[in-house]
Design a protein around this ligand. Structure first.
Ligand code: HGY
Ligand code: MN
Ligand code: MN
Length: 421
């Protein structure tokens, strides 16, 4: 069936691109590492006998024809970029796994009704330009001119970075796919959490993906002399921000399902003997339920207003992105259950706490996700690890789900709850 050695060898080979000694893998969008990784994936796609193309927003696509070239396409794949100092499995497993499925189908001369395409999505993490899923947003037609003007921390815009890599930013709309031409998008991904490991299971069936709110919060106080300003005369932006960060954690903990993270915080002007006049920090807020996430957001800002009153500071906010939760289709969940039963794999149904390209693709076709166990639940960290056997289990489930998706999916209605899992 699938070739587990080949999968693992390719994961490790791809993982060397952007790797730094003592750190992890860093492959940001429209960089030379990103290009080198795409070239290696193109090589794998060609070895698998796929027809390869790149679209206008930097996605790499490998296509395998079915009996009926007009039939809606079944899509699979994941993202090729990484966070700073990330691991070798996040994103890569979904690309390498899908290529392996199609290469195995070619080797075994399997004929499907529908064509199948593997996407190596560009810039899912948003590590460089502070908004994520650029490649999959390009496919669903969500990219705007203003997105192309967004800059990285060196002041380079998305459009400039695209040109540097030989893309024409004016053509970004050419990447759009229409719902009529697509059947489903199925993504294989590492879990990045501890649930499967706690149940001693290698694979999971994803029921839905949490929402994603990313925001910049600027706290504006008053810079002052660290020696000459008595404590009760201060408008210290950093102490106010610190209280806000505590509030964020407290409000998220209250629901038991929400997660909130302050991943970045800058203090200005940043002098040892200057009371911080301004602090800018990021908020990443998620929950499988949109209304719970909205409620937590409201509570957080009620408390931020109180802190501003008490400390004489004010805040400015900038929404970086607001992506709703994405349910996986019932048809996919049933197909994934049947696949696990066919292979003899125990499975567990669970929501995804991490965001994925599938939460964009759900706007134009039914989606499904298959998870593979993460050792100690670690991800976005060089210690990210999944065993060769677990990766192979995930690819086997993907194989059967993609094969079955060639026949009409029983029920494409979207649902967050697990179907009999
Ligand atoms: O942020 C996420 O959840 C994903 O890794 N982009
Ligand atoms: Mn990630
Ligand atoms: Mn990912």
């Amino acid at each position: 069936m699938i070739n587990a050695e080949r999968v693992f060898h390719r994961l490790q080979e791809l993982g060397k691109i952007g790797y730094r000694e003592g750190g992890g893998v860093t492959r940001h969008a429209f960089t030379s590492e990103d290009r080198a990784a795409k070239d290696l994936v193109i090589k794998y796609m060609k070895e698998a006998g796929l027809e390869v193309r790149e679209d206008a927003v930097g996605n790499v696509i490998g296509r395998r024809e079915g009996k009926n070239p007009q039939a809606p396409v079944v899509l699979s794949g994941s993202h090729i970029d990484t966070v700073c100092d990330g691991g070798i499995f996040d994103g890569a497993l979904g690309i390498i796994g899908a290529i392996e499925v199609l290469q195995t189908m070619n080797e075994q001369k399997v004929v499907t009704e529908h064509p199948i395409e593997v996407y190596a999505f560009n810039d899912e993490e948003g590590s460089r330009f502070s908004f994520s899923m650029f490649g999959s947003m390009g496919v669903i037609g969500r990219i705007t001119e203003e997105d192309l003007a967004k800059k990285d921390r060196q002041g380079i815009s998305v459009a400039e970075a695209m040109r540097e890599q030989g893309y024409d930013p004016e053509k970004f709309r050419d990447a759009i796919r229409s719902p009529e031409e697509l059947k489903a998008f199925i993504e294989l991904h590492i879990e990045q959490g501890k649930v499967l490991e706690s149940k001693n299971l290698s694979v999971g069936i994803v029921t839905g993906i949490v929402n994603e709110l990313w925001m910049k919060i600027r706290v504006i106080g008053e810079a002052g002399h660290a020696g000459a300003t008595p404590m009760n005369f201060r408008k210290d932006a950093l102490v106010a921000a610190a209280e806000m960060v505590q509030v964020i954690e407290r409000e998220a903990k209250k629901t038991g399902t929400t997660v909130a993270t302050v991943g970045r915080l800058n203090v200005l002007p940043g002098g040892i003997n200057i009371i911080p006049g301004q602090v800018e920090f990021t908020l990443d807020l998620r929950d499988i339920s949109q209304e719970v996430s909205d409620k937590v957001e409201r509570e957080i800002f009620k408390e931020i207003d109180r802190i501003c009153q008490e400390r004489g500071v004010r805040v400015e906010t900038e929404i970086l992105q607001r992506i709703p939760p994405a349910p996986c289709s019932k048809g996919f969940q049933l197909a994934a259950k049947r696949a696990c039963e066919k292979i003899g794999l125990e499975y567990f149904c669970l929501p995804s706490g991490a965001g994925h390209d599938a939460m964009q693709m759900v706007n134009i076709c039914p989606i499904g996700m298959i998870f593979v166990r993460s050792k100690d639940g670690i991800s976005h960290n060089p210690a990210e690890w999944s065993s060769k056997e677990d990766c192979a289990d995930g690819v086997k489930v993907l194989y059967h789900v993609l094969l079955e998706t060639a026949v009409p999916i029983e029920d494409d209605s979207l649902c967050n709850e697990a179907v009999g899992c």
